[in-house]
Design a binder for this molecule. Structure first.
Ligand code: SF4
Ligand code: MG
Length: 323
C-alpha cells in the first residue's frame, strides 16, 4: 500500500492572480498509478504552470486538484504536509534545486526528515539514504560530497533519490532531462521508467522535446496558450495527431518525423500574449485551416475515440481538412 490510487486534476479555469500571464484555462487531466503522462508545448504554453499548480507552488483561483480522492486545492500548510509525501517534484536544473552547502546525504534526507518526527524512524534514515543512493546509481561514498562535485546527470540522480525518499505516489518532473547531453538523457529516462515499474510510481512529465516524450510517456497532453488542445495515448497521438498544432509540432520534430511520413505544417507568426487571447480558438492566428467559425467559437475538447480528445472545429468539419 501507500501508493497513489488515483490522481485527478480538474482545474477548470485556473487563473493565477499574479502574474496573470501564467493563466491556464480548462485544463483537465487524470493520472493513474503507474502511469506516465507527458505535457508538451512551446515555452509559455502553461505546462509548468499546471505542474506547479498541482504541487501547490502556485495557487489556483478555481478548480479542483484531487489526489487520492481528496481535493487539495484549498489545503493549508499543515494539511499539505502528508500530501507532499505523496507528490514530489524533480526540476530541470538539479544544481539550482540542490543546496550547494549541504552534503548529499542531508539533501536526500530532507523531505524524509520533514515527514517523521519519531526518533526511531529518524535513526533508520541513514541506512535508507544509502539504499536510495545505490538504487539511483550512486554509492555510499557520494553521500558525504557536495553538489558541485557531481556531473549534471549525477545531480539529477541525487534529485531523484531525494524525491523517492518519502515513497511518493506521483512525481512531477519539469523538463528533467532538458539540460543533459542526449546520451545521459537516455540513462535518466530509463532510470525513471525502471523506478515506475518497481514502485508503481505515476509521473507528470513536462517537456518540450517530442523525442523524449515518445521515449517515456504512456499518454500525452498538448498545450497551447494555457489550453489543452489535444490529449491521447502516446501511440495514438504519434500515429494520428488530429489538432493542427500537434501536427505542426510533429512535422517539425526530425527524430519523430523520420519514423514515418508526416505532412508538413509550418507554423508562422508569434504566439499571442496570454493577456490578450484571440477570440474563439486560441490557435487561430497561426492555424493554416482557420475559418470564420474559429474566430467566433472556442472549440471544446471532444472525445474522438481510442482515448483521444481534440479541441478543434475541424473534427465537425472534416471537409475543411485539406491536407
Ligand atoms: Fe485551426 Fe480552427 Fe481548429 Fe483552431 S478550431 S485549430 S483555428 S481549424
Ligand atoms: Mg517551463
Amino acid at each position: 500500500g501507500g501508493l497513489l490510487d488515483r490522481l485527478k486534476l480538474d482545474a477548470k479555469g485556473i487563473r493565477l492572480e499574479k502574474p496573470i500571464v501564467h493563466a491556464v484555462n480548462g485544463v483537465s487531466l487524470s493520472i493513474a498509478q503507474g502511469e506516465i503522462m507527458a505535457l508538451v508545448g512551446e515555452s509559455g504554453c502553461g505546462k509548468s504552470t499546471v505542474a506547479k499548480t498541482i504541487a501547490r507552488i502556485y495557487e489556483p483561483t478555481k478548480g479542483k486538484i484531487r489526489i487520492d480522492g481528496k481535493d487539495i486545492a484549498n489545503f493549508g500548510f499543515a494539511q499539505m504536509l502528508p500530501v507532499r509525501a505523496r507528490m514530489q517534484m524533480i526540476f530541470q536544473d538539479p544544481y539550482a534545486s540542490l543546496n550547494p552547502r549541504q552534503r548529499v546525504r542531508d539533501i536526500v534526507a530532507e523531505p524524509l526528515l520533514e515527514q517523521t518526527k519519531i526518533a526511531q524512524e529518524r535513526a533508520a534514515v541513514p541506512e535508507k539514504i544509502a539504499r536510495l543512493l545505490a538504487r539511483v546509481g550512486l554509492n555510499a561514498e557520494h553521500a558525504g560530497r557536495y553538489p558541485h562535485q557531481f556531473s549534471g546527470g549525477q545531480r539529477q540522480r541525487i534529485g531523484i533519490a531525494r524525491a523517492l525518499s518519502v515513497t511518493p505516489g506521483l512525481i512531477i518532473a519539469d523538463e528533467p532531462v532538458s539540460a543533459l547531453d542526449v546520451s545521459i538523457q537516455a540513462q535518466i529516462l530509463n532510470l525513471m521508467k525502471d523506478l515506475r515499474d518497481e514502485f508503481g510510481l505515476a509521473y507528470l512529465f513536462i517537456s518540450h522535446d517530442l523525442s523524449v516524450v515518445h521515449h517515456i510517456a504512456d499518454k500525452v497532453g498538448v498545450m497551447y496558450l494555457g489550453f489543452m488542445v489535444e490529449n491521447a495515448p502516446r501511440d495514438v497521438l504519434f500515429a494520428r495527431p488530429r489538432h493542427p498544432y500537434t501536427r505542426a509540432l510533429l512535422s517539425a520534430a526530425p527524430s519523430v518525423k523520420a519514423k514515418r511520413d508526416i505532412e508538413e505544417i509550418v507554423l508562422t507568426g508569434e504566439v499571442p500574449s496570454a493577456l490578450d487571447l484571440p477570440s474563439g480558438c486560441c490557435f487561430r492566428t497561426r492555424c493554416p485551416f482557420a475559418w470564420k467559425k474559429c474566430a467566433q467559437e472556442r472549440p471544446q475538447l471532444q472525445d474522438v475515440g481510442d482515448g483521444q480528445s481534440v479541441a478543434c472545429h475541424l473534427i465537425d468539419a472534416p471537409e475543411r481538412d485539406t491536407r
